[in-house]
Ligand binder design. Structure first.
Ligand code: GTP
Length: 237
């Protein structure tokens, strides 16, 4: 199979309190529509969109999770395997802003550190704002997250959010691939040295303790027929 045939697929989870605009954001991005009606998400939903990033085809699978705690058990299961995350709060809902750190923790508890952005939605309703700009910026800084102000209604900054995540993910994927290649290279050199000295646990997929360094040999990349992902690093699906 040709390298060009391989497509990067990224599972993105969109999380935050109820009614902040998660479903609307996904609908806007994947279908180009906005509806004023509020229909509470029950459990989890998902839509996808293909984009090009640095000449690479990237398929974004956007998982819409329910904002209500009553669905926590279901939604948490769907965080597994997520490779990027959007944390959303609303300009008109202070509680949704204050809940952001705990949403971040919930996602991290399932998938660890993945590319994440913080989004303040509904900036078309700035007249009704319940927080200062500096507060949101301070939170983004504290959590070390890229921060976007967006309006799903006015289609402001929605594309930018997902483009940034895709770029960030690809960047990590490349870095990860290079590191793995270097690791395999270094390891094979070291195995030689180690074996000469004797007493190694040799063989692939086992941890090798060599001069205090633990070296893991893993398959280079997990690839399915048409998709490519970070494999074991972030994904647990
Ligand atoms: N003014 C304004 N309203 C918005 C915007 N985005 C979403 N809404 C409205 O906010 C309400 C809630 O949006 P949803 O997308 O259903 O919210 P959600 O976060 O998915 O809610 P849950 O499913 O309960 O978790 C709907 O009435 C939307 O029309 C926006 O940018 N501006």
């Amino acid at each position: 199979m040709l390298e060009e045939d391989i497509e990067v697929a990224i599972k993105v989870v969109v999380v935050g309190n109820g009614a902040v605009g998660k479903s609307s954001m996904i609908q806007r991005y994947c279908k180009g529509i906005f509806t004023k009606d509020y229909k509470k998400t029950i459990g989890v939903d998902f839509l996808e969109r293909q984009i090009q990033v640095n000449d690479e085809d990237v398929r974004l699978m956007l998982w819409d999770t329910a904002g209500q705690e009553e669905f926590d058990a279901i939604t948490k299961a769907y965080y597994r395997g997520a490779q990027a995350c959007v944390l959303v709060f609303s300009t008109t809902d202070r509680e949704s802003f204050e809940a952001i750190p705990s949403w971040k923790e919930k996602v991290e508890a399932e998938v660890g550190d993945i590319p994440t952005v913080l989004v303040q939605n509904k900036i078309d309703l700035l007249d009704e704002t319940v927080l200062k700009n500096e507060e949101a910026e301070a939170l983004a800084k504290k959590l070390k997250l890229r921060f976007y102000r967006a309006s799903v209604k006015e289609d402001l900054n929605v594309n930018e959010v997902f483009k940034y995540l895709a770029e960030k993910y690809l960047q990590r994927l490349k870095q990860h691939t290079t590191e793995e290649q270097e690791q395999v290279h270094t390891t094979s050199n070291r195995i030689g040295v180690f074996n000469t000295a004797g007493g190694s646990h040799s063989g692939q997929n086992s941890n090798m303790i060599n001069g205090g360094a633990v070296i893991s040999l893993r398959p280079n990349k997990q690839r399915t027929k048409k998709s490519r992902g970070l494999g074991g690093r972030c994904g647990k699906l």
